[in-house]
Write a protein that binds this ligand. Structure first.
Ligand SMILES: NC(=O)c1ccc[n+]([C@@H]2O[C@H](COP(=O)([O-])OP(=O)(O)OC[C@H]3O[C@@H](n4cnc5c(N)ncnc54)[C@H](OP(=O)(O)O)[C@@H]3O)[C@@H](O)[C@H]2O)c1
Length: 202
């Protein structure tokens, strides 16, 4: 398979890319890192990326940002960071990318545990994760040509423990092998419209 991995050099993306590169052709994308430059907040940039990469069999997105801050302190603009990046960035990847996906191809988006189990400071991050879950379920009913779509939702991943542990008291970090399995299930499995949760109830 030819697999495009946006965010393929990030904490999760580099492990996912490294795994898939054993069996598949991998192209990684990012604003400053990867084989192809793309900013998912910019539709022109997404379109230019697909024009340069051409048709693919799978698109995996492990990119997308949202502002973490106390709700009291958040402005409307602060919410737009997550809406434009993690939410609409991934929605636009699907909206534009569906025309570059081979029949039977797949999209795999990334959300996270905050959709189900938010922690403080995550009003925006939790909200966009939940929105993506609804988007995935709805759009799986409409994608043509056998194209599938799923979201992988991990808990705090082992490789990010140092950075985020303080925000997730009592959470069990998710082993990277388990995280990678979520992406394998989405890309190499047959499911669609699935939210692949890689965590136990917290
Ligand atoms: N870390 C965790 O424990 C965890 C758990 C569950 C879910 N998640 C979610 O998983 C995703 C990835 O997390 P991570 O920890 O791997 O993040 P990360 O280490 O910051 O990596 C994110 C990657 O995405 C790229 N990126 C960011 N914004 C982009 C944009 N606008 N356009 C294109 N590429 C962009 C970055 O590359 P450039 O800088 O080159 O653009 C980077 O390679 C995030 O949505 C996060 O919320 C993370």
């Amino acid at each position: 398979m030819k697999i495009l991995i946006i965010g393929g050099k990030g904490t999760i993306g580099q492990k996912v890319s490294s795994h898939f590169s054993k069996k598949h052709e991998i192209i990684t994308g990012g604003r400053n890192t990867g084989d192809v430059k793309v900013d998912i907040t910019d539709c022109k940039s997404i379109k230019a990326m697909f024009e340069s990469v051409g048709n693919v069999d799978a698109v995996v997105c492990t990119a997308g940002e949202a502002k973490w801050a106390a709700f009291d302190s958040m402005t409307e603009e602060d919410f737009y960071i997550g809406l434009k990046s993690k939410l609409m960035g991934q929605v636009n990847l699907v909206r534009i990318g569906k025309d570059y996906l081979n029949p039977g191809g797949s999209f795999t988006l990334t959300t996270g545990i905050l959709a189900d189990y938010p922690v403080v400071l995550t009003a925006s991050a939790a909200m966009v994760n939940g929105a993506i879950h609804s988007f995935v379920k709805a759009i799986s009913l409409e994608l043509a040509n056998g194209i599938r779509i799923n979201a992988v939702s991990s808990g705090l991943v082992e490789d990010a423990v140092e950075k985020y542990e303080a925000y997730f008291p009592g959470h069990n970090p998710i082993p990277m092998k388990k995280v990678i399995n979520g992406y394998i299930k989405s890309v190499e499995g047959k499911g669609t419209g699935d939210i692949i949760r890689m965590y136990d109830n917290c």
